[in-house]
Structures are given as C-alpha cells and as structure tokens.
Design a binder for this molecule. Structure first.
Ligand code: SDX
Length: 432
C-alpha cells in the first residue's frame, strides 16, 4: 500500500503521495499540491527539494557516502580510471573490454579541434577567465556539429554517443588550448595514440622539439582527480545542465551553461580560492588563525574555502582520497609544498573549533585538489577548468536523463511574489 502524507491547512486535509528511492530516501510528491490546495511549496535554493528521479549518483551526506551507479567512490578511485568511470556514469554499467576500447578510440578520434575554433579563443584577451573562454568554445560546438545538436531530443539522442565523446574529448583539448593561449605558446596538437590524460598533459606541456612524457604517478594522479569530479548528484552546475536541457536545448549548449555555473567561487571556483587562501597564509607567515577567525564571522566573503558542503555534513569522501593522494604524488615528484603542511594544520585547527564542528563543516573536494594540480604544473587560474573536464561525464549523463525521460517537462519553478501590489502608471510630466 503506497504511503501518503497528509497536509492540513485550516480545516481541509490534502493527501500527498510519498516516494521512496532505492536507497530509502523519502520524498513527499507535491506535484499536485498547487492544483489541489492553491499552495506551492517554498524552498529557497532547493536544499530540501528533489527536482528529479535519477539513477546516476547516490550521496549520503550524513555518512559521507558517494556512489556512481551503485559503485562506491573509494573502489572506483582505487581500481578504475577516468575514462572507464565516465562510461559508467553515462551508460550505467562498467564497460566491457570492447566497450572500453571503442570508447577510448572514439575519444582519441575526436581529440582535435577545428582550426577555425582557435579564432574564438583569439577573440579573448589573454587575461580573460579560462572558464569564460571554455564556456564560449563549448557553446560554439553546435555550429560545427549541427547534426548532433538539433535541439530535438529524438534526433539528438540518436547521435548522443558521438556528441558525448566530442564533448568529453574536446573540452579536455580546449583547456590545454586555453592554457597555451594565455601563455602565448603555440598550440600543441593531440596525439591519437596517447591515452586521455597523457594526451592532455602532452597538449599542455610539450614543446616543439621536446614531448612531455609524464611519469606514471602523474598520469595516475590526473586520472584520480578527474575521476573524483565525474559526477555529484544535483549540484549547482549539474542542476543547471538539467534546467537548460529541459527546454530541449542540445547537450553542448546545456554543458556550456553548466560551465558558467561551475565558475562561481562557492562551487567549482573554490579550488582556486583555497590555494589563494593557503598562499596568503604562507606569505603572511600566519598559522591560519587569522583566516579561521575571519571565517567564523559568518560573512560569505570570509569563508574557509574548501570547507563545508551543501550536502555532506560529514567528511566529503573525495577530500579524504585526494588528501591521501597528495602525500604520494608530492613524495614521488620530490616536491615539498609548504601549502600542504598549511592545509593540514588548517584542517586540524578547524576540526577542533566548535564553530566548524557545530556546523558540521568538513573539508570538501576542493580543499586538497589544488595542491595536486599545482604539483602537476597546472596554474591556479586553470584549476576550475580541470574540474570542468572531470564533471563533463556527469553533466552529459544528467542531460541524457532529461532528454530520454518520456514524461519529462520543462523545468519551470514557481515563486512567491513580494514586490509592489497593483498601482497605476503616472506620466513623467507628473512625477516632478
Ligand atoms: C563544491 O553541491 C555539490 O555537490 C558541490 C560539489 C560538487 O562536486 O559539485 O561538491 C563541489 O562546490 C564543493 C563546495 C566548494 N565551496 C567551498 O568550499 C566554498 C566554501 N563553502 C561554503 O561557502 C559553503 O559551505 C557551501 C556553499 C559549500 C555550502 O553552503 P550551504 O550549505 O548553503 O551552507 P550555509 O551557507 O547555509 O552555511 C551554514 C552555516 C552558516 O553559518 P550560520 O549562518 O549558521 O551561523 O555554516 C557557515 C555559514 O556561515 N559556513 C561556513 C562555511 N560554509 C558554511 N563558515 C565558514 N566557512 C565555510 N566554508
């Protein structure tokens, strides 16, 4: 017998169906609430509202659980790699050996970028935000692949596999191009024989007469970083992709919107903000006390970046994994980064401070990721674009759920209007 909740308003009762997911999450289905009662539910920021049913990622914020299609992030981090996890997130199962081989081939075949697209980049000053450049390049993809981006779900789903490979592979290439453009360096063309991450590092760091060949630990560290960013339920940027996709906008346009949402410092921009914070602490020979004191002021602009999470009220499992990887990668590369020690001290100090403990503020995925990216030679202003490379499979998988949903509707939230009530127009001659 399906459970129902009963909402009582004045002397009337409104039965509302209760939904339950495969992991026991429960929701009150309010889809008929307004029709039945004239009331809407109000939840600023949607922190207590489910926008969709999804089969991609399960999060348990209280217990620090993250699973993609049922597989725990710890197992994927230890045994999988980015391209395989991308397939899993998008298609719902671990690929067979043939599927993994074919997917890797499709990504390699689509790693190059049309020469004309370089002109889009050259239209930006080199000081432009890498995320703005990335969003613009991705928004331009439908112009080059009109058959994959018709803004018709039926047609675009038929060509989804190629569109997905193009988005994942070219966003990786775009990031390397943006880096070279900002540095005033010539673009390095992809090598089809290289695996995904090695090809990225080649396009970033190879020189005309000297190819960059990463040591295995660097390739593994980059794979791990991208894998840990692959998807994360209905975060701000993924919800943006679903919102835009719900209008039948194509996957490239939807992902471009997701990139813009990710660029904010409260979301994907936090990895850069963490490093700026750690660098300031280092430069001021501070021990973090000043930052922790400022963070406790409660103002959004003084927050301890890389701490806290809208869902995790326990450790972000990704932060634990990245934190452990920091030690391994820096040791293998013989790097002694003072910012790592500062980050660890800051974490210990915050976790003993009641302000953070009482608010259940723990390190999140961004707290340590910048340390590894810096060790890989990636400049700070490119950190959020790295997050975008990693998150592209999750964005694409969510777009596909929206496009393939036969009962799907355009996302159109309601509001409570609190502006001026009805008033009559006054001609300007009478306004003084
Ligand atoms: C990502 O959603 C996702 O899944 C995102 C992400 C993903 O993979 O897609 O996990 C990636 O975006 C990680 C988060 C990166 N952002 C940061 O590290 C920026 C710093 N963190 C915060 O701004 C904040 O914690 C958020 C934005 C992450 C979450 O904000 P919430 O859930 O809206 O929390 P809140 O603003 O309601 O704060 C609750 C309380 C407040 O204090 P009181 O008003 O109760 O006194 O906690 C305080 C806040 O002031 N607080 C912090 C804090 N984060 C929250 N105080 C100091 N430092 C912080 N970092």
């Amino acid at each position: 017998m399906a459970k129902t909740a009963v909402l009582k308003i004045d002397d009337k009762e409104y039965p509302l169906p209760v939904m339950e997911g495969t992991e026991g999450e429960k929701a009150i289905d309010t889809r008929q609430l307004r029709t039945a009662s004239g009331y809407i539910a109000y939840d600023q920021g949607y922190g207590n509202t489910g926008s969709c049913e999804s089969q991609i990622t399960y999060l348990d914020g209280d217990n620090g659980i993250l699973r993609h299609r049922g597989y725990p992030i710890e197992q994927l981090a230890n045994q999988s790699e980015f391209v395989e996890t991308a397939w899993l997130v998008i298609y719902g199962s671990l690929p067979t050996q043939k599927q993994r081989k074919d997917f890797g081939q499709l990504l390699r075949q689509n790693s190059a970028v049309e020469m004309q697209m370089q002109k889009i980049l050259e239209g930006f000053p080199t000081s432009a935000s890498p995320m703005a450049m990335l969003s613009a390049l991705v928004a331009a993809l439908p112009a080059y692949y009109p058959d994959l981006a018709t803004n018709n779900f039926e047609k675009d789903l038929k060509n989804f596999d190629l569109a997905a490979a193009i988005a994942i592979s070219k966003i990786r290439t775009f990031v390397a191009m943006i880096y070279r453009y900002q540095k005033g360096l010539p673009f390095v063309f992809p090598k089809q024989e290289l695996p995904f991450c090695d090809n990225f590092l080649h396009m970033m760091f190879s020189e005309p007469y000297k190819d960059y060949v990463p040591v295995p630990e660097v390739s593994r560290a980059l794979n791990l970083l991208l894998l840990l960013h692959a998807d994360h339920e209905q975060n701000c940027s993924t919800s943006t992709v679903r919102m835009v996709g719900s209008s039948q906008a194509n996957v490239f346009a939807s992902v471009s919107a997701g990139i813009s949402a990710l660029s904010g410092p409260l979301h994907g921009g936090a990895n850069m903000a963490v490093m700026q914070m750690l660098q300031s602490i280092h430069d001021e020979h501070d021990d973090g006390t000043r930052f922790i004191a400022a963070a406790k002021s409660g103002s959004k602009s003084n927050r301890l970046m890389g701490f806290g999470h809208a869902v995790y009220k326990n450790f972000d499992p990704r932060a634990k994994i990245i934190g452990e990887a920091c030690d391994v990668v820096l040791k293998r590369l013989g790097i002694d980064d003072p910012l790592l020690a500062i980050a660890k001290n800051l974490e210990q100090a915050a976790l003993k401070d009641d302000y953070f403990v009482s608010r259940k503020l723990y390190p999140n995925v961004d707290f340590y990721s910048g340390i590894i990216m810096r060790a890989l030679g990636i400049p700070m202003n490119m950190f959020t674009t790295m997050f975008a490379i990693g998150r592209t499979p999750g964005w694409i998988a969510n777009w596909r759920e929206v496009a393939a949903n036969p009962k799907g509707r355009i996302y159109r939230p309601r509001q409570i209007y609190v502006g001026p009530t009805k008033r009559d127009y006054v001609p300007i001659s009478q306004r003084g």
